[in-house]
Design a binder for this molecule. Structure first.
Ligand code: PLP
Length: 448
């Protein structure tokens, strides 16, 4: 095990070395795995350091993490009120503003996963008796509605079939006839179905009717445009483990001046102390910097590095990369008989919800992908369980070679089981024809 550990540290910096050294490191690590794997696994758990098997993360999250982010995680700790750390917070906020497309001063990363962002926004903006209009077309819209109801709000659900998007006109008529509506909440990228909701018109409607506009950008941020200011979004939250390619544990959030004013007008205090945004602002605001809870220091290091990678690549390049690889995946999957659930013009490029042909055993194939190929993909949620796969090409996971590796593994499984596919290599060829339109496979890394 010592050998593996030492090699892993060596590999921590492999992106700075030349290609040959990189490959040698990776090879040695793999050899190390093989040599130490079986014996270690029979040892008592706590007698060995945990080091996971290599995995290609192509599920709905977490996505792969760049070595620079892993390296940042291992930096020595400093205090959460240390001036150097406070400088890091400022830089993280500035980068988040750029990626959210906002000048909102209230822009921060909450301690907790995307659900902390969801719950935080809803409990800070809603009070008992308020009316909330919530778009529900999958698991995450439904969660938004549940959280609002638990907080005592009157919730009006505007529903759409799973896989479809919410109709803007129905939101408009619902807001108009439902008396004063405090907020409209909607999921931008519905991870349970792969549907992409367009937001700008709903934002305009909310702006005109003095209604707050809440957007879940957990899966979309960093993968497709999120324009908080231009789309009149008042509260937007995300998560680190999707298109930002950072481990799970933080929820970036931004609030408009209108949302802050609504918080100031609250009749009763926010029922959550830990997620009370007005208290958290006292820590993140550079004029106060008051202790609230101990910041997850290493996660902030990691997020800052992940955001640096996003900005180095450039948002437009990153969006184009997600689109290109999404199209390649869909083209390859079509040859195996898998079709996207959402309509073409409502499809996400980073999360593909694909309907399985009859006769394919969902769980068996996913288990074989993981066991024999080290590839993770996701199954369906709720009513879609067993009938769809959810494949994520998010952030660092969105590369041409990952698309091809997955298709190759699936082709093998298909051929071995005698399932229908046009010819060996057809899925790869279909994907390659899309990839050929873009940069070469080796030059398309997201980052230098
Ligand atoms: N919202 C959406 C759209 C999601 O996809 C998820 C998680 O996948 C969440 C909210 C909840 O995020 P987390 O699991 O990080 O708490």
């Amino acid at each position: 095990m010592t050998v593996v550990t030492r090699l892993r540290y060596t590999a921590g910096g492999y992106h700075d070395t030349d290609g040959a050294a990189q490959q040698a490191c990776v090879l040695l690590i793999l050899v190390g795995y093989r040599m130490s794997g079986p014996e270690d696994k029979s040892a008592s758990l706590l007698q060995r350091e945990f080091f996971p098997s290599p995995r290609l993360l192509l599920g709905p999250g977490p996505s792969l993490v760049h070595p620079r982010v892993l390296h940042a995680l291992s930096a020595p700790l400093i205090g959460h009120l240390d001036p150097e750390f406070l400088q890091l917070l400022d830089e993280t906020q500035a980068a988040l503003r750029q990626i959210f497309g906002t000048t909102n001063s209230f822009t921060m990363a909450l301690s907790g996963t995307g659900s902390a962002g969801m719950e935080g926004v809803m409990v800070n903006l809603l009070e008992p008796g308020d009316t909330a209009v919530v778009g529900v077309n999958g698991v995450f819209g439904s969660r938004l509605a549940t959280i609002a109801e638990r907080g005592g709000a009157k919730v009006i659900r505007v529903e759409a079939p799973w896989g479809r998007t919410i109709d803007v006109e129905t939101i408009r008529s619902t807001v108009r006839r439902s008396g004063p509506v405090k907020l409209v909440a909607i999921v931008h990228a519905e991870t349970s179905t792969g549907a992409c909701q367009s937001l700008s018109e709903i934002g305009r409607l909310c702006h005109e009717t003095d209604t707050l506009f809440v957007v879940d950008a957990v899966t979309s941020l960093g993968g497709i445009p999120v324009q908080v200011d231009a789309w009149h979004i008042d509260a937007c939250y995300s998560a680190t483990q999707k298109c930002l390619s950072c481990p799970p544990g933080l929820a970036p959030v931004t609030l408009s001046p209108r949302a802050l004013a609504a918080m100031r007008r609250r009749r009763v205090p926010c029922p959550s102390w830990y997620l009370d945004f007005s208290l958290l602002a006292d820590y993140w605001d550079e004029s106060t910097r008051r202790y609230h809870h101990t910041a997850p220091i290493s996660m902030i290091y990691a997020l800052r590095e992940a955001l640096r990678l996003v900005l180095e690549e450039g948002l437009e390049n990153r969006f184009a990369r997600h689109r290109r690889h999404g199209r390649a995946l869909v083209a390859g999957m079509a040859t195996l008989g898998l079709t996207p659930l959402p309509l073409e013009n409502e499809r996400l490029p980073m999360l593909h919800c694909l309907t399985l042909p009859t006769g394919i055993d969902d769980q068996q194939v996913r288990a074989e992908l993981l066991r024999s190929h080290g590839i993770e993909i996701g199954g369906g949620l709720g009513p879609l369980q067993g009938s769809v796969w959810r494949i994520g090409l998010m952030g660092e996971s969105s590369t041409a070679s990952n698309v091809l590796s997955l298709l190759q593994a699936l082709e093998l499984i298909w051929l071995r089981r005698g399932w229908r596919c046009p010819a060996p290599g057809a899925a790869l060829a279909a994907a390659a024809s899309v990839l050929d339109e873009g940069p070469t496979i080796h030059s398309e890394r997201s980052t230098p």
